[in-house]
Design a protein around this ligand. Structure first.
Ligand code: B12
Ligand code: SF4
Length: 496
């Protein structure tokens, strides 16, 4: 039988293959053929790209939910059964089931082979709700399916799942459970040996369990890899951890600061972050050749309008290689979503069913500023942090010390191209509202079947966007009309 596994794309997708689909492919019996389709490397044409396969599996997160439903509907119209899995169907199973024939709620390692058997016997169930699987002894993801040259040259590897921290805005502890589950370090090492030099760890936190990380990173040293990953501040404030990571080949870390204010980090539940220690920690990372990419969120209840400039100045002072600023987003299933809903502060409870997620954000009423102020501050933060003067002030190259390696190639060679790229992103996407990608289907008809109570507003070029009753989507302040490229990728924006 032929199974097509689809990775739908959103305006925030990165050129990285979808590891979860490689995992499913590796668990598919060898007699079945797997086709991997990535909507980002080649935009899936809803009229031309529907194939006559036996079964379709779509990996869905909230940003790609709307696009996934559009694709699924085209297959189902041809009588082809569609299965959905991933974080969004896990958070919104009833909604997803309105658009497909079966869902997997949670992690699919144990369930996928069972689901395929059921399908072949004509008795596929509507919902599969597995326990959290043991991660030991699993086959390596099928990376032979990820052939596009457009993918960034880092290979994605996962070592663990789950998280015990209670960060209110995060989906991980609810979806993957509140305890850590690790793959045996030797299995990770064996997988790494089959891969190229550049590795991206798809872990929420690469240094979360000292004993495990010590074993893994000590063994990695001999492999001579260069790796990047996400890490919490709690881990990197200890010199011995930073040394261990640097020696194992760590070249950059994506760090969840979330906020530069003590009050806010306490409020979000991210108590392991201590703003008073940020500076020392960043210094230590830079000395050890680890470039830093800070992640910050705006819109917490404790945030006031001064937070934007303060956060940008902090990033400049810390000489961060890059920064990502996000507007607090109520992802379904999170404690944040539930609280804002209970407080009557969600402006569009089904925001993910819209086509341009940036245009309508923020999707809630902030406490200490208006939605407009939050949005304007977010745009200002991006453009200020990636201004030429900020780029110049942040640039630093460290020579090797007695026991420190000095700046890595990501900082010395990568800094300028990466920052120019982000400068373009800040102006075109964040300030300009230009989407990298848009599904290109008629929103009104798609919404008719979505079950979401909503109004629609007509925007420039006759485009229609959903808004919620009484809370019209915010107009992007700087973008006035659309630009559609021949491949349909960059298009439109604004609406109001
Ligand atoms: C790596 C990663 C990224 C990479 C993506 C790489 C890629 N192309 O996949 C990058 C950095 C680019 C990224 C970007 C973003 N990410 Co991200 N990311 C992750 C992370 C840390 C790991 C995902 C992963 O690879 N897991 C490993 C694989 C093996 O697991 P999996 O995908 O969950 O798949 C399993 C199951 O879900 C299931 N499954 C999955 N698909 C399918 C399909 C079928 C048919 C079936 C049956 C089962 C099934 O089976 C698999 C095996 O068990 C997760 C956090 C997490 N722990 O999940 C966040 C996470 C998915 N990201 C998140 C977010 C918010 C984003 C961004 C919006 C951030 C931003 N502001 O830009 C963007 C949006 C990306 C987009 N889709 O447009 C949220 C999503 C929340 C939500 N409700 O959607 C998460 C959960 C993090 C969080 N803290 O909440 N991300
Ligand atoms: S933000 Fe990071 S530390 Fe907090 S719950 Fe999510 S994965 Fe865990």
């Amino acid at each position: 039988m032929q199974i097509e596994l689809i990775a739908p794309a959103s305006e925030d997708s990165a050129y990285l293959p979808r590891l979860g689909l490689g995992v499913l492919a590796s668990l598919t019996p060898p007699e079945d053929e797997v086709i991997y389709t990535d909507d980002l490397v080649k935009v899936f044409d809803l009229d031309k790209d529907v194939k006559d396969v036996d079964l379709v599996g779509i990996s869905v997160d909230s940003k790609t939910a709307r696009r996934s439903y559009d694709i699924a509907e085209r297959y189902r119209a041809r009588g082809i059964k569609v299965v959905m899995g991933g974080i969004h169907p896990t958070a919104c199973p009833e909604e997803a089931l309105r658009h497909c024939d079966a869902i997997v709620v949670g992690e699919a390692e144990d369930t996928w082979p069972e689901l395929l058997r059921d399908f072949k016997q004509g008795r596929m169930k509507a919902a599969y709700r597995p326990e959290f699987p043991n991660l030991a002894g699993r086959p390596f993801p099928r990376r032979d399916l990820f052939r596009s040259k457009k993918y960034v040259p880092f290979q994605v590897v996962q070592t663990m799942r789950g998280c015990p921290y209670p960060c209110e805005f995060c989906s991980v502890s609810t979806a993957n459970g509140p305890t850590f589950r690790f793959r045996p370090a030797d299995e990770v090492i064996a997988e790494l040996k089959t891969l190229g030099k550049l590795i991206l760890f798809a872990d929420d936190n690469v240094m979360v369990h000292r004993q495990y990380s010590k074993e893994l990173f000590s063994k990695m040293g001999a492999l001579n890899k260069h790796w990047v990953g996400q890490c919490s501040l709690a881990a990197v404030k200890r010199l011995e951890n930073v040394k261990l990571m640097a020696e194992s080949g760590c070249k950059a870390l994506f760090i969840g600061f979330e906020s530069v204010d003590e009050e806010t980090v306490k409020f979000t539940g991210k108590r392991q972050n201590k703003p008073s220690q940020y500076k020392e920690t960043m210094e230590m990372l830079h000395e050890h050749g680890i470039a830093t990419w800070g992640s910050f969120v705006f819109g917490f209840d404790t945030d006031s309008p001064e937070v934007f400039d303060r956060t940008v100045e902090f990033g400049i002072e810390m000489k961060l290689t890059m920064a990502l600023y996000a507007i607090l987003t109520p992802y379904p299933g999170t404690a944040l979503y539930k609280r804002l809903l209970a407080e009557g502060r969600l402006t569009d409870p089904y925001w993910w069913l819209g086509t341009d997620h940036d245009a309508g954000s923020p999707y809630f009423l902030p406490k200490r500023m208006s939605r407009e102020t939050l949005r304007e501050g977010w745009v200002r933060a991006w453009t200020k942090f990636y201004s030429y003067s900020s780029m110049w002030q942040r640039y630093t190259v460290r020579a090797p010390g007695a026991d420190t390696p000095g700046s890595s190639w990501l900082q010395t060679i990568g800094y300028w191209p990466l920052n120019f790229m982000q400068n373009r992103l800040a102006h075109h996407k964040i300030a300009g509202g230009m989407q990298r990608f848009r599904s290109g289907v008629d929103v009104t008809s798609a919404l008719a079947g979505s079950g979401a109570p909503r109004h629609v507003a007509t925007g420039a070029g006759g485009l229609v966007i959903p808004t919620s009753v009484g809370n019209p989507g915010l107009a992007n302040p700087l973008a006035a009309f659309s630009e559609r490229k021949s491949d349909g990728r960059k298009s439109l924006t604004v609406l109001g």
